[in-house]
Design a protein around this ligand. Sequence first.
Ligand code: MF3
Ligand code: CO
Ligand code: CO
Length: 267
Amino acid sequence: MTIQIKTPADIEGMRIAGRLASEVLDLLTAHVKAGVTTQQLDDIARHHILEVQGAISATIGYQPPGYPPFPAAICTSVNHTVCHGIPNDRPLKNGDILNIDCTVIKDGWHGDTSRMYIVGEGSIAAKRLCQFTYEAMWKGIAKVKPGARLGDIGHAIQSYAEPAGFSVVREFCGHGVGKKFHEEPQVLHYGRPGTLEELVPGMVFTIEPMINAGRREIKELPDGWTIVTKDRSLSAQWEHTIAVTETGYDILTLSAGSPPPPAFIKA
Ligand code: MF3
Ligand code: CO
Ligand code: CO
């Protein structure tokens, strides 16, 4: 098993898939409101991917060894859900935060991205966690260039999140992505600078930190997918699919509705 290097043409294919995934998140923004269920959001996403985009959902029926098939086109992870939340019939309420994670396949290429959404007016603590996690993802992205190492990315995220009083989930990581949903390498969101694999142009992987307001420990629910914080503290996550270029990084999961980079990223 080795890290697949993508050609410039591969990367243009992945950018199309990545934009489609991001456009699903754009579309859902206006639908995230008190009273809406995550199942309704999934219905909208599924129809858009299959019928409007003419693409494939990577998550419907996705079944890694030891898991039941995932039943939906999006993961919806509300409040203390860390990741892999399954859409259901509970209405969202004011102040909820949720991550929506969408992965589409177009021409064989995967695009994998997620964002946080706040229902109505979130608490100051909830907004701070969502904002901080977005910035933590970008701290990792900013490290991406040839010659840097995967440990630099993890360290950048951990050393941003922990001094602020947040914790980094260890059990789930970013991943190589391409013709397969999950490829090598693993991209940890914690670590030491100068360690692990060296980045080279043409690598494509996700950066998708899961950051908890409380302790980092998690547990899996009996549905076989849903991951929650053990202490029931809020959890946030953002995700982009990133290509390593000759000089730095190229984000493949951008669309009209993508939030701008934080101020600490220079244009
Ligand atoms: N999109 C998730 C990731 O970022 C994986 C979701 S798998 C699912 O890697 F089956 F839960 F949808
Ligand atoms: Co991912
Ligand atoms: Co994802």
